[in-house]
Design a protein around this ligand. Structure first.
Ligand code: UD1
Ligand code: UDP
Length: 356
């Protein structure tokens, strides 16, 4: 039995292609949901849209501080994995769910496969960086989304276990994009997502991001993460945000709707690790609201521009980048993240290593 451990929106999106590929290969699988994301539009909608069976168990361990959440997930996970000891655990990305899964599975001597291994932002104050480093070092097989991630792992002495399979999110994107018309005639918009701890942890930071949206002065559609809405409300900024005439705040959307939005975006304004990379699949330039090492190939291509919303000079450059951004046709988009067959390559490598 292979057990997938997931709990967050991007993990459901990463799980879908691998689940389907392993099913094709005849592998028995189960899904443990940590409960880190729990709203219908942050969780269930992805299982339904992407054809993933409902989780075998939901640990309902979401909410609270990093330590509280990670500890709750670990305790429940240990019970579950001890009772149903799988032959392999699959972990995704870099969240607290990933970290909890890595520590528990490693101590129970269950082999671990890590999907989206190797990215490094080289900043310990980024909470996901801790999760990535620990998970990569405890895993038995590592699947990298790009060449830079593979180099990072080689530098850390993990090259023996690492493979460049390409980004599994590209598999998912292509599956959905196939069924969603890409229209160059639809009205072009700026699509925004915003949720990182670094961008929601202070009033000044949130206010500077709202100022930027206002200065953009064109329609910005923002399916808003519940964390961001809660933080805006706590800082007394929600009314200000809702009052910005060009700012269209919506509830979080399912993946099909997200692909529709990306595919008519002229620009993606985001702090999301996933969406910043997806911008290159969808042909929209990306303005990234954090200054840290991320998807450096896209930065070199001048596809992605990173900025600090709190520094006027940096904001001025960002606005200039935004004004010049145009939709890019498929043939001219960067291709750093594989060929859309990452899941098939993962299954092949798992087989070669005798893990399935
Ligand atoms: C988490 C991950 C982050 C990932 C993101 C994907 C960690 C440390 N962070 O951040 O790496 O990029 O998921 O979206 O694991 N909330 C709801 N409903 C939900 C989910 C969250 O209301 O369904 C609210 C709760 O108030 C919760 C807060 O959002 O406390 C933050 O959720 P949490 O999962 O801790 O962090 P994310 O910002 O979602
Ligand atoms: N996404 C979505 N609906 C939304 C916002 C984002 O389907 O309302 C998708 C997005 O296209 C990407 C993934 O969710 O595939 C990214 O998740 P998120 O930004 O929450 O996490 P991160 O990638 O930063 O870890």
């Amino acid at each position: 039995m292979i057990t997938h451990i997931v709990g967050n929106r991007p993990q459901f999106i990463k799980l879908a292609p691998l689940y389907h590929e392993l099913a094709k290969a005849g592998c028995g699988q189960s899904i443990i949901h940590s409960g880190q994301h729990y709203d219908e539009n942050m969780s269930d909608v992805f299982f339904e849209e992407l054809g993933i069976p409902a989780p075998d168990v939901n640990l309902c361990a979401g909410g609270g501080s990093h330590a509280q959440m990670t500890a709750r997930i670990m305790v429940s996970l240990e019970e579950r994995l001890t009772a149903h000891k799988p032959e392999l655990v699959v972990l995704y990305g870099d969240t607290n769910t990933t970290l909890a899964g890595a520590v528990v599975a490693a101590k129970l001597c269950i082999p671990i496969a890590h999907v989206e291994a190797g990215p490094r932002v080289h900043k310990r104050e980024n909470p996901e960086e801790c999760n990535r480093i620990v998970t990569d070092h405890l895993s038995d097989i590592l699947f990298c989304p790009d060449a830079i991630s593979l180099q990072n792992l080689e530098r850390e002495g993990l090259g023996q276990a690492a493979y460049m399979t390409g980004d599994i999110m590209y598999d998912t994107y292509l599956t959905i994009a196939d069924s969603v018309q890409e229209s160059f005639s639809a009205e072009e918009v700026v699509v925004m997502t915003w949720h990182r701890q670094e961008n929601t942890c202070s009033r000044a930071r949130m206010e500077s991001i709202l100022n930027l949206v206002e200065r953009l002065g064109e329609r910005v559609i923002c399916p808003m993460h519940p964390r961001t809405r809660k933080c805006l409300a706590e800082y007394g900024l929600l009314e200000r945000a809702e009052g910005i005439p060009n700012f269209e705040i919506t509830e979080p959307v399912g993946y099909t709707e997200m692909v529709r939005l990306m595919n008519r975006a002229r620009l993606i304004l985001t702090d999301s690790g996933g969406l910043s990379k997806e911008s290159s699949f969808a042909g929209a330039k990306c303005l990234f609201m954090l200054e840290m090492d991320m998807w450096e190939d896209l930065v070199k291509d001048k596809w992605m521009h990173k900025f600090d919303p709190e520094r006027e000079e940096s904001v001025a450059e960002a606005l200039q980048f935004a004004r010049q951004a145009k939709r890019v046709p498929p043939a001219d988009r960067p291709r750093h993240y594989g060929d859309g067959h990452a899941a098939a390559k993962m299954v092949e490598k798992l087989r070669e290593r005798g893990l399935i």
